[in-house]
Design a protein around this ligand. Structure first.
Ligand SMILES: *[C@@H]1O[C@H](CO)[C@@H](O)[C@H](O)[C@H]1NC(C)=O
Ligand SMILES: *[C@@H]1O[C@H](CO)[C@@H](O)[C@H](O)[C@H]1NC(C)=O
Ligand SMILES: *[C@@H]1O[C@H](CO)[C@@H](O)[C@H](O)[C@H]1NC(C)=O
Ligand SMILES: *[C@@H]1O[C@H](CO)[C@@H](O)[C@H](O)[C@H]1NC(C)=O
Ligand SMILES: *[C@@H]1O[C@H](CO)[C@@H](O)[C@H](O)[C@H]1NC(C)=O
Ligand SMILES: *[C@@H]1O[C@H](CO)[C@@H](O)[C@H](O)[C@H]1NC(C)=O
Ligand SMILES: *[C@@H]1O[C@H](CO)[C@@H](O)[C@H](O)[C@H]1NC(C)=O
Ligand SMILES: *[C@@H]1O[C@H](CO)[C@@H](O)[C@H](O)[C@H]1NC(C)=O
Ligand SMILES: *[C@@H]1O[C@H](CO)[C@@H](O)[C@H](O)[C@H]1NC(C)=O
Length: 431
């Protein structure tokens, strides 16, 4: 290679990394601060906004070229799990050659009680000490290349209240309000079709949004909501993953929930064994990968006085019932597509079967796909082709039948339809 080309390339990469490095993590970035007069704002109102670099590192490192025309972030008002005004952040991405009538809210599974794992930050800069949600960002890239506008919400809020269902659902609904209100000034249609999608932790936020929508944001009209690797019952998830490879999530989930409720913050402080408290918080406050590595195969209950029985105390019991269990706050109005591995080893299939049966008995419209093959991790990819195709149908305005259907599938390899949906490059990389 010609020496001057080498020089300009390394200059370019220097320039590029200095741009990325100048993005501050939320814990150090005053833009993320909540205004004192937060309760003066209406739910969904924008408090401040900023344009960010269109070179989103999370998308640049995908095995595909992703079309991005503009990226704007909004700090908006939402409602926390106690019903109090709180702020959160949403990132709205406009693709090149966009179809302004199509809008997808994609909730990524950040699965961390650390605010520096928020998608608004990690989508901008691949911070190697933190996380990188490759499969989710792949779907976001594919959606943008279809010309859809995409928004992704820091649904855990400014305090990273991981698994706090009420907070997460409210934040998704209010970010939708904010995007529908502000988007048209950026070129989004005044009346777009819009849908939600999320897998695992992202399905938690999306499902809570779907369940709370009728009571909390009755004016919204989602064309559809796609939920994969559903986690309807956090108590059951905690019992299931404890002592296993995903046990770190139990630490983060317990901490994330506790942050949302003063009585549970107090309970955690009182009930952790003092000599083990520092280790608990170090795992619980880590990024997804850090918590997974540091918490793997640990018995989270052994950090508590009384062990697992401590979680039967009134405080954790009432809090997990209130904000960790789906099925008690309403019935989704929007049609749902739900995909789930029968052998999901993070959230038992029976919890999802029960939730779907309950929603269906109350008039929901659900296509439920149970995959006899695969695990919690592999179903994210295995189910993605059907999920994408279903979202695409909804954004095109195709109607769904009323009532519920359950389909049993055995997905052993990625459906070839994925090549046209995701683009050949991404499909090849995922296959
Ligand atoms: C990455 O995140 C860590 C933890 O929040 C932070 O200390 C560090 O400054 C970040 N690095 C960059 C390049 O932003
Ligand atoms: C909140 O306070 C800021 C700074 O004083 C002010 O600019 C803003 O208008 C206030 N917002 C509302 C909704 O009252
Ligand atoms: C919601 O949108 C669907 C199409 O996506 C439409 O058929 C329906 O009439 C809308 N409902 C309301 C209340 O606007
Ligand atoms: C949630 O899981 C816990 C623990 O397995 C169980 O006791 C509880 O009944 C479940 N809740 C629902 C609504 O299924
Ligand atoms: C509980 O909080 C007090 C006061 O902040 C602190 O000194 C103590 O270490 C905490 N206990 C545990 C188990 O975290
Ligand atoms: C968790 O990490 C964040 C950001 O790195 C930091 O600001 C916060 O103080 C930490 N909290 C605990 C309890 O360690
Ligand atoms: C977790 O594993 C430990 C041994 O490492 C065992 O003593 C404990 O009973 C297990 N706890 C549960 C809830 O399975
Ligand atoms: C803990 O706080 C939540 C939220 O205010 C409340 O619903 C729950 O009943 C409380 N639990 C107890 C045991 O007081
Ligand atoms: C798929 O699942 C079915 C039913 O459990 C099983 O018979 C089959 O061997 C599985 N195939 C693969 C490739 O895992």
């Amino acid at each position: 290679m010609h020496p001057s080309l080498v020089t300009s390339l390394s200059l370019l990469s220097l320039l590029f990394s200095s741009v990325a490095a100048s993005v501050k993590p939320p814990s150090l970035d005053p833009w993320y601060s909540q205004p004192r007069n937060i309760s003066e704002y209406e739910a969904g109102a924008v408090i401040r906004s900023r344009s960010v670099n269109t070179k989103l590192e999370a998308l640049l490192t995908l095995p595909m070229d992703v079309s991005v025309k503009s990226v704007v972030q909004y700090l908006f008002r939402t409602t926390d799990s106690l019903g109090k005004a709180a702020a959160s952040v949403v990132t709205l991405i406009e693709p090149r050659n966009s179809d302004p009538t199509k809008l997808l809210g994609y909730q990524v599974y950040y699965d961390s009680a650390n605010v520096d794992s928020s998608p608004s930050y990690l989508i901008q800069t691949r911070n190697e000490t933190l996380d990188f949600y490759e499969p989710d960002f792949g779907m976001i890239g594919a959606a943008l290349n279809k010309g859809w506008w995409v928004y992704t919400t820091d649904y855990e809020g400014l305090d990273a209240q991981y698994t706090a269902g009420l907070q997460s659902g409210h934040a998704v609904l209010d970010s939708t309000r904010a995007v529908l209100k502000e988007g048209p000034s950026k070129g989004l249609s005044n009346n777009p079709r819009y849908a939600l999608w999320g897998y695992s932790g992202g399905s938690l936020a999306s499902a809570w949004a779907a369940e709370l929508q009728h009571s909390y944001a009755p004016e919204l009209n989602f064309s559809g909501v796609t939920l994969g690797g559903t986690v309807p019952n956090i108590t059951s998830v905690t019992q299931t993953i404890n002592n296993g490879s995903s046990a770190g999530l139990a630490f983060s989930g317990t901490f994330g929930t506790a942050k949302a409720f003063p009585n549970m913050t107090e309970w955690l402080n009182q009930t952790l064994i003092p000599s083990k408290s520092a280790e608990f918080y170090s795992i619980a406050n880590g990024s997804y990968y850090y918590a997974n590595a540091a918490g793997a195969n640990k018995d989270m209950f052994s950090f508590f006085k009384g062990g697992e029985r401590a979680f039967l105390d009134p405080v954790p019991r009432t809090v997990f019932q209130l904000s960790g269990t789906l099925g008690f706050h309403g019935v989704p109005v929007a049609p749902l597509f739900v995909y789930k591995a029968v052998k999901d080893q993070v959230s038992p299939i029976k919890d999802t079967d029960k939730l779907i049966a309950s929603y269906c008995a109350q008039g929901a419209r659900i296509q439920y796909q149970r995959d006899l093959n695969g695990s919690h991790a592999s179903e994210g990819l295995a189910g993605s082709v059907d999920a994408f195709s279903w979202v695409s149908d909804r954004l095109s305005g195709n109607s769904v039948n009323s009532g519920c259907t359950t389909k049993v599938v055995e997905i052993v390899s990625l459906d070839p339809k994925g090549a046209s949906l995701f683009g050949k490059k991404l499909y090849a990389a995922l296959s």
